[in-house]
Structure formats: C-alpha cells, structure tokens
Design a binder for this molecule. Structure first.
Ligand code: OXD
Ligand code: MN
Length: 581
C-alpha cells in the first residue's frame, strides 16, 4: 500500500501514546478478514453459529455495560464552546486530550494496533471521503471490513496527503468511568476510548460519517444526514429516490427494505442509516450511501416486519448480543412468534420465559449491503442517486399525523428543526421519553445546531428542483393504545402518495402545519384500515399541536441569536394559523 507521510506520522504519534506491542496495517483482503475471525474464534471474542443454516455467521457478546451509544460521554471538542452549541456536550480540545490522553496512555500495551484505511462511499465518487482509524479491537477490524471499504481504495481516494479523518480507538479497560468519545472537527480527528460498542467504536459510522462529516459538509457545501436512501419503483418501472431521517431504532432499516404490499410497487435499498448529499452542476440533489454494510437492530426484525433483512443475515453476518438457540442459531424477540426452547440469553445464561429479554433490546446484526435482496442496482453508483423527496419521521404516539407535506423547502427545514421523538434502546438511558431531535440529528450534529439549520436553508437557492419535504409518523395510537396505521410493507402506500405529490398528481388538503392527503388520495385499497381510522391517523388537532409546540421557543431560545429568523418566523406563523391567542 502507498501510505502518505502525513498518515504514517500520525500513526507513529498514536503508537507513541498507546504503546502497542505491534502495529498492523490492514489491506481489506478476504484473507485478512478470515484471519481476524479465526483469531476471535480462538480467543472467545466470537462464537461460531450453525454452519449449515448460518454459514460464516458469528456471535459476539459484549461487556454487559457496553451495549449502546453513550451520549453523555460523547463530546464535540471545538475550540469555541458556542461552535458545539447547546445540544452537544463540549470540552475544550486541550481538556479532551488531557482527559482521554490519560486513559489512552499505554492503553495498547501487550495489544496489537490495527491501522484501518477506510473509504466512506463508493470508489471513484467525488462525494466519498477517506478515514484512517487505529484500534486495538479485532471485532472493530472485522466490523469495519463489513461496514466500509478498507485498504488501498481509501488511500487512493485522498485528494491530498492529509485528506483523511484520523480516528484513534482503544477498548481501554471498557469501564464507563474511563470512557470518552471525542470529536475535534477543526482537526478532523476522533478519539474514542473505553467502549467496543458499534456506534462508539466503528469510527466510520456515527463519529466520522455524521459528526465530523456534518461539519466538513458545512465547510464544503453539502449535507451529511442521518437518513436512509430508497428508490420507489412504480408499476411503469419509473424509480423515484427519497432520503429519510428517523431517530435511532425507529424503523429506518425496515422502511429502507420494505416489501411492498401494493401490487406493482417496489422499494429498492440504497442505504439504511446515513446519506451524504451534494448539489450537482444542474442543481439536482444527489445522494450516496457512505456505508458498505448495515449495523441494524435485531429485535422485532422478522419475516413479517423485514423479510429482506431476515434473508440477508443468513450468511457472512456478525451478530452482537442476540440470544442463542440450542441449534446454535441467533434469536431475538419478535423473530418467531414463540421463543424456542433451550435459549441462552445475550450474556450466555440459560433463559426461561419471564426472565427478561433473551436478546439485548439493542442487539445488532452487521452485514454487507450487497447481501440485501432489495439492494438497488444503483447503490454504489459513484454519481449517487437523484433525490426528489426528503422525509422527516419520528416516533410519537400522539399529535403528529401519519404523513403531511411541507409548503416549501424553508417550511420543511422548520418542520425538521421542530421534530421531537420518543427515545429508544439505541442509547443508554430511559426509553420512551419525548425529546427534541431536529432532523434525527440531535446526537450526531458535529456543530452548533442553529448553524446547521442555517446551512440547510442555504441549500435552497442552489437547488433548481428542491426536493419536496414530508413529515411522517408511523407510531400514532388511538385512545385504546392501538396503532392507527399497520406500518412496515403498508408504508409503501404513503411512499406512493409522496411519489404522486412529487409528480403533481395526488390530492392534498391544506392544514396549518402542511398538506395532508385529501380524502381518497392515500390508497387504502384492500387494507384493513377504515376511512375513519385513516382520518384519525391524519388528523391535525390545533389544541394538541399548540401544546406540543409550547417548549419550542425555549428550545430555539437556547441557541440565542444564532437561530435563523426564517425558522422562528415559521414557528410564529404556524402558531397563528393554529389559532393561538
Ligand atoms: C444506529 C443509531 O446505530 O442510530 O444507527 O444508533
Ligand atoms: Mn442510526
């Protein structure tokens, strides 16, 4: 491999701090992946799964206190506190390096330091960006092989000798007391110590492709978003591409791989978690999936909720913290209607009904995109796919209609900025708490969120055909606590309405918050949803909305004068339309 001197020097300095017993540069080959797996099988980091029914699949059991992203230990270390903004934890670069440096000093003694050059995005794409991470975890090496493009391909993609995001990762002693996930956007640098969990340790994903990339995207004039990318094919074979932001563990992977219940319609998967979007020369927004794999939530993934996912994880997959059947197959809640007998839980203890979840609620599968039966033929197109619509979705049991469309780009940015959601098991802490999560980027925006809104607004004049912006909520419930909408494959009906809106041939009714499907415009043919329940799912209740918007001034207020006036004006106008006195 031809390594740049800047990269070599950084690796040397890093080794000086962490003091590994040896340094190995990864080339991304199959032989390297196989050898890494062998090492982990022999030291017990991985357990083999049933070679007949799950060939080349393995189970990893993490440390029981290292099972999800730890937002409280995640920091943006910009020079100025205000550049991180009130929604991020902040530490000065010097403090960050002082604190984490103490945990990292000598942390790799007696361990191997693997150096992983990786590329985020397809080879040959001007939208792709390179990273070089070091780690003392073989699990991270194997996972990076599945999730990114490793080796010379990354080094060749660098535009300059220093054109890479540098990432230092060490397991440290895995103690949450000595864990820090630090981002230095001005230095294009990441330091992560004390966790082996995917979101904290696979630095290409959340740390690079979202936190650092969002800041790089602002400098370079593009968008790095927590979004799936799909192609929606109609019965005539025309494909419309959409990108959609939804908070962690709120159905992005399921929507990205939805099996259409509408005859003639089909969903193609380009990505399930992250979209990098650039405006091309003609003013068209185009998106690439920077990842090469899926790191998906296992629980509730079943042939009914996500048939494509259950098929794609039948080979070449690393499972983390799922349960194990007596036949050495992976199992998680929801995979089958009844749990099989003789299960071991995610920590390897015999499991019996009533003794809590068998799989950890945030257990995961890691698998390459190309194994997904619905992978789009364009998923690795270096030019990206043209985006005609953007979706902002959240998990709210009340208030938010099933679907509605923004009046225009700026109103859509306001709707995204005002998003709130109920928390899930993807992060440590309480599940089901409503929190503001603008554009599903709360944990992932690497700079001041108010500047992020400004950046979004600044895209509009550059777009000749600005994508339509939609807001969705599959999770609204009736007074008896029952979901109003069946979700999963039936969500394609909502996608169909969006595609028809984009083409200008679907009816809509104006409400104070946007356009909802007109009576009869959303196709519920053959669906067990009565028109009355659909009306309830789409209802915009002024009183409920006004109450839900109550804390928004306070939220925007935390950013002081940095909040764009366009956003606060939209809030005032919405309130007025809702009849606020
Ligand atoms: C993820 C997350 O793992 O958002 O994708 O937490
Ligand atoms: Mn995610």
């Amino acid at each position: 491999m031809s390594v740049t001197s800047v990269a070599e020097k950084w690796v040397e300095t890093t080794a000086g701090l962490t003091q590994p017993s040896r340094t190995v540069w990864c080339d991304g080959s199959k032989a390297e992946y196989d050898a890494t797996i062998e090492t982990m099988l022999s030291d017990g980091t991985l357990l083999p799964l049933n070679a007949k029914t799950y060939p080349n699949c393995y189970l990893h059991r993490s440390h029981p206190s290292d099972v999800a992203r730890t937002e409280q230990l995640t920091f943006i270390c910009s020079r100025e506190r205000d550049d991180a903004g009130p929604t991020n934890n902040w530490m000065s670069p010097a403090d960050g390096k002082g604190k984490a440096g103490a945990y990292l000093k000598g942390a790799m003694k007696g361990r191997t330091m693997y150096v992983i050059p990786y590329l985020m995005g397809p080879a040959g794409s001007s939208m792709s960006r390179a990273g070089i991470m070091v780690t003392d975890s073989a699990y991270v090496v194997a996972s990076m092989h599945l999730m990114t493009r490793v080796g010379q391909v990354a080094l060749s993609a660098m535009r300059r000798d220093d054109d890479f995001i540098a990432g230092l990762h060490s397991l440290g002693d895995l103690s949450p007391d000595r864990r820090l996930i630090l981002h230095f956007p001005e230095e294009k640098l990441i330091w992560s110590v004390g966790s082996g969990y995917g979101g904290n340790a696979l630095l290409g994903k959340k740390c690079h492709a979202l936190r650092i990339a969002s800041s790089q995207a602002r400098e370079e004039g593009w968008l790095a978003e927590h979004m799936l990318i799909i192609g929606v094919e109609d019965p005539e074979g025309r494909v419309t591409y959409l990108a959609g932001a939804m908070p962690s563990a709120s159905g992005k992977t399921n929507l990205a791989m939805a099996v259409s219940q509408l005859p003639g319609w089909r969903v193609w998967t380009v990505g399930d978690d992250i979209a990098w979007m650039h405006v091309d020369k003609t003013g068209q927004l185009r998106a690439i999936n920077p990842e090469r794999g899926f790191f998906g939530v296992a629980p509730n993934t079943s042939p009914k909720t996500n048939a494509n996912a259950t098929q794609m994880v039948r080979s070449n997959t690393i499972f983390t913290n799922v349960a194990l059947t007596a036949d050495r197959e992976p199992w998680w809640e929801g995979l089958t209607p009844e749990p099989p007998r003789g299960l071991e839980d995610w920590q390897g203890r015999p499991w019996s009904p009533g003794s809590g979840p068998a799989a950890h609620p945030n257990s995961r599968f890691t698998v390459p995109v190309h194994q997904c039966p619905s992978a789009s033929p364009s998923w690795e197109d270096p030019a990206g796919v043209p985006i005609s619509g953007l979706i902002f979705g959240s998990r709210r049991t009340s208030v938010i209609p099933l679907v509605f469309e923004a009046f225009d780009w700026n109103h859509g940015v306001f709707l995204g900025s005002a998003m709130s959601t109920e928390t899930t098991a993807a992060i440590t802490g309480k599940v089901g708490v409503v929190r503001r999560d603008p554009m599903a980027m709360l944990p992932f925006c690497g700079y001041n969120m108010a500047d992020y809104f400004t950046h979004w607004l600044s895209m509009q004049p550059r777009l000749t055909r600005a994508p339509r912006i939609f807001r969705v909520n599959w999770f609204r419930k009736d007074a008896d606590g029952k979901f109003l909408w069946p979700g999963y494959g039936e969500n394609v009906r909502v996608l169909k309405w969006m595609v028809e809106r984009i083409r200008g041939n679907a009816g809509a009714t104006e409400t104070p918050v946007g356009f909802v499907p007109a009576e009869g415009a959303l196709d519920i043919n053959g669906l067990d949803v009565t028109p009355a329940r659909l009306r309830e799912a789409l209802r915009c209740d002024s009183g409920e909305w006004l109450a839900a918007l109550q804390d928004l001034d306070e939220f925007y207020g935390t950013f002081g004068s940095r909040v764009p006036a366009t956003i606060t004006r939209h809030l005032a106008e919405t309130r007025k339309k809702l009849g606020a006195r």
